[in-house]
Write a protein that binds this ligand. Sequence first.
Ligand code: NAP
Length: 256
Amino acid sequence: MSLLDGKLGIVFGVANKRSIAWAIAQAWHQAGAKLAFTYQGERLKENVEELAGTFGSDTLILPCDVTRDDDIAHVFAQLSQKFGKIHLLLHSVAFAPKDALEGEFVNTKREAFRVAHDVSAYSLVALARGAAPLMTEGGSIVAMTYYGSEKVVPHYNVMGVAKAALEASARYLAYDLGPRRIRVNCISAGPVNTLAARGISGFSEMLKHYEAHAPLRRNVLPEELGATGTFLASDGAAAITGQVIYVDCGYQIMGM
Ligand code: NAP
């Protein structure tokens, strides 16, 4: 028997095959979970259909811009119809306007701050609220975060502040949803070369810096994020909630 046999889940944030969401979805699928997917906008529809289609032609794939309450309501109504219940939710979504991810944080515009927080942090609250009524047998919600939430990482700027809000939201959600046996955790990943990461100015230096300074002297692999995602989704993590788990080759422990 596989770790996630019989589990039903939904994945937010696959853009292409390099997406962290895709690495975790593959791991969840291999562990026996049946998954639904969402995509933002027609631009990504084909990509997601091509990837998710490899899990079976009946895979549920729905549009969802996480800033739109109507989209979110539609996703959970469809899920309720198709699955009746769910056990797993992956939040792997973030965005900040490009000009907010270069230059000085002090110049962050009100609108850039608002958008970054809406897409990257508030969305976890909205998705958890939509998912909770379907998690009738308990559940595991996993959100992707980054170390720039707690330390200054040059250029990460407003995204670091949004990730701090995401992590704090995960703790408050864990408290609210704990009595329903719904766990909420964050995976704090080291840098991975994805579409979103390439929007951060100086990203390739970040990869080199981690390789030189992390205790394991290398960068994290997508499949390692998949394995941690599977652990957090599994009963092995039944007593873990509200946590930020660092999957960064140990970089987070370093002081210098
Ligand atoms: P990615 O493949 O570009 O995934 C980001 C996803 O967020 C995309 O599918 C993107 O869709 C989606 N998204 C943006 N705005 C959205 C909206 N309004 N509604 C719905 N979806 C929206 O990049 P990734 O690196 O895998 O990022 C996944 C998560 O991991 C993010 O939370 C990121 O902060 C986190 N993370 C990444 C790293 C890293 O180094 N890559 C490290 C730590 C944490 P569009 O392409 O349409 O915008």
